[in-house]
Write a protein that binds this ligand. Structure first.
Ligand code: MBD
Ligand code: FE
Length: 282
């Protein structure tokens, strides 16, 4: 079947009616955007001779992607999150906002309301027998290099199996999620566990779409951050633990060279203690 009807006046008028152009109510912006989106899709159906079977298969897939956080998971896989970041980077450059730690994507697994720590404390609940201890330390500085005391550092990351609390029912509430307030020198130091990379569930609607593209759904081991302080631009970012096979092959396209950090292995508790880290050391 090769019919080409998209450019006909009937279809063009039909699209305008579908987008509510002849109606007084609704939102002008919604009408414009829906009209453009539908036009692009109608044209695609014409250009690729999309069959009714293919169309209804796509509808079923979209319905499946509407469950839980599935579309939020596919969106970074399709590059939307990174594209929005690229646009914010470009806007920052245009406005002369330079310096500082680069942003990268939030992802779909943030949960608000994590327990608050003053400068230091513990992020893990101690219930992950496969986990290795990790200390996460840092200093929040402004773009002139001055420390920011009292900054809010929200951190969240996966456990040793790549699962996130709230989404992985085997974990306790807010495990590996904390809001840390920086000390007088802008510093924070918390005890946690080394996260593993995340993988999209193999049978999930998201992975089904990635399979069609011949792509995996893996992310390298990473730690998410929101950093905020009054009078400063909010920063959404992540760090990647160097040496992961997926560091430069992230299905969510979130890796940035400046955010890849090598961990420093500490072999014994005495050494950790000497550095002022809080236990437990195993
Ligand atoms: C994650 O942990 C994540 O950070 C992103 C962006 C997508 C899926 C899982
Ligand atoms: Fe993540």
């Amino acid at each position: 079947m090769t019919v080409k009807i998209f450019e006909t006046p009937e279809v063009q008028d039909f699209l305008k009616a579908v987008a509510g152009f002849d109606q007084d109510g609704g939102s002008e912006r919604a009408k414009q955007i829906l009209h453009r989106l539908l036009s692009d899709l109608y044209r695609l159906i014409d250009d690729y001779d999309v069959t009714p079977e293919e169309f209804w298969t796509a509808v079923s897939q979209l319905n499946a992607l509407g469950q839980g956080t599935q579309f939020g998971l596919l969106a970074p896989g399709l590059g939307f999150d990174h594209y929005l970041d690229m646009r914010m980077d470009a806007a920052d450059a245009e406005a002369g906002r330079t310096g500082g730690t680069p942003r990268t994507i939030e992802g779909p697994l943030y949960v608000a309301g994590a327990p608050e720590l003053q400068g230091s404390g513990r992020m893990d609940d101690g219930n992950d027998p496969d986990a290795e201890a990790m200390w996460l330390t840092g200093q929040v500085r402004d773009t002139d290099g001055h420390p920011v005391a009292g900054a809010k550092v929200e951190v969240w990351h996966a456990d040793s199996k790549g699962g996130y609390s709230f989404f992985d029912p085997s974990q306790s509430e807010y495990n590996l999620r904390r809001t840390i307030i920086t000390d007088a020198e802008g510093r924070y130091a918390v005890r946690s566990i080394i996260p593993s990379g995340y993988g999209c569930p193999p049978d999930s609607p998201t992975q089904q779409v990635l399979d069609l593209l011949g792509r995996h759904g893996q992310r390298p081991a990473h730690i998410h951050y929101f950093i905020s302080a009054p009078g400063h631009q909010h920063l959404t970012t992540q760090i990647n633990l160097a040496g992961d096979p997926y560091t430069y092959d992230d299905f969510a396209f979130a890796t940035r060279e400046e955010l890849v950090v090598p961990g420093q292995r500490i072999e014994d508790a005495a050494e950790a203690e000497k550095r002022g880290f809080e236990g437990p050391f195993t």
